[in-house]
Design a protein around this ligand. Structure first.
Ligand SMILES: [Fe+2]
Length: 353
């Protein structure tokens, strides 16, 4: 009676296993196949009584293998579970196999689709960024052009800063960042009342407090663009001084981004050599001498050295003859800038021979 019941249950159990959409294989302690359902025989070509020899050396209790059937060109995933008795003796394994070709294909298609999507987003973000930067540059130029004393300032600062960066590093990402930071370093001034910006005389403390906000406003404007974060940082710190007495964060020495240390020099030089309502422009030689005098206090001595080398080569004063207009683009104002960047490593141009 009991044996009949067990046999019956066994038959039901085997019938259920036969109907399963997955391959089910059972091996004994010698790894000899004692049961394989229809799917296991079909998809994994498993014969009863054959052995899964590779299980002999396997120590893991549960593991997974992906198998590619070259004849059928299909992928299978085998999930292995080794069974042990109460005294920890190995008594056999169960292997569940499933065809994952379709899942793999879907996964591949999904990966390809996501990659293409990412490429498209990257491309569109780049285009959008070019547009945004160009709009912001136009804004800066327009802002500066309203005042004849500041007209063309950012373009000149940008040109001198790029010359310095490329002189030291050649054409690289840092130089490109400095170029953008030069163009946009005063973008934050759009948040400062014009009456303060264009005030001819000395500023009150309260007015100067407003002015000191412009590097922070500038950084905030750019921060929304993920790959302009380093440019935004240069802009934030372009009024820091090497000895830590600048603003907005009183950073000193190496803590000031390199680009900001460059901008600090050329920004001051351009301010000195530009006319103001209350004074005539300082002569270039005198302004360069001022920069030299302030090396180590206001400016990074390393960058001052480079500035002076370029000044003596005549490269800095070339910049002074350039003026922008409200409609000028950077390329209009410096038609050779990008040609130089693309064809010549300026390190070679100025290096001693
Ligand atoms: Fe500034």
């Amino acid at each position: 009676m009991f044996t009949t019941e067990v046999r019956k249950n066994n038959e039901i159990f085997q019938a259920v296993l036969e109907q399963m959409p997955y391959g089910v294989t059972v091996v004994d302690a010698d790894n000899k196949v004692v049961f394989a359902n229809r799917v296991a025989k079909e998809v994994r070509n498993i014969d009863i009584s054959s052995r899964l020899e590779y299980l002999k050396n396997e120590q893991r209790r549960v593991f997974r293998k992906t198998i590619f059937d070259q004849v059928k060109e299909r992928y299978y995933e085998d999930n292995y579970k080794r069974i042990f008795d109460d005294t920890n003796n190995y008594i056999g394994s169960i292997v569940i196999s499933r065809d994952i070709t379709y899942t793999n294909k879907l996964e591949d298609e999904k990966t390809t689709y996501l990659r293409k999507l990412e490429e498209k987003i990257y491309e569109l973000t780049g285009e959008l960024q070019v547009l945004l930067v160009s709009s912001m540059s136009s804004l800066v130029y327009a802002l500066e052009a309203k005042d004849r004393y500041t007209k063309g300032h950012s373009l000149r600062v940008c040109d001198m800063a790029v010359k310095m960066a490329e002189y030291k590093w050649g054409i690289c990402n840092e130089s490109k960042d400095i170029e953008l930071a030069g163009k946009l370093h005063d973008i934050g001034k759009i948040g400062i009342p014009e009456v303060i910006l264009n005030k001819p005389g000395k500023l009150t403390d309260e007015e100067f407090h407003y002015i000191k906000e412009h590097p922070i406003i500038g950084q905030n404007i750019l921060t929304s663009m993920e790959n302009l974060k380093s440019v935004a940082k240069i802009i934030r710190h372009h009024h820091e001084k090497f000895d830590g007495s600048g603003y907005p964060d009183n950073l000193s020495g190496d803590l000031i981004p390199q680009g900001a240390r460059i901008l600090a020099i050329v920004d001051s030089y351009d301010a000195m050599t530009s006319e103001r309502p209350y004074r005539p422009p300082t002569a270039p030689e005198e302004a360069a001498h001022e920069i030299e005098k302030n090396a180590g206090t206001q400016f990074d001595p390393q960058w001052v050295k480079i500035f002076l080398e370029l000044f003596q080569s005549g490269s800095i004063t070339e910049t002074l003859s350039v003026e922008s207009s409200t409609s000028a683009t950077y390329n209009d104002a410096f038609p050779n800038r990008f040609n130089i960047s693309c064809q010549t490593n300026v390190n070679q141009k100025f290096s001693a021979s």
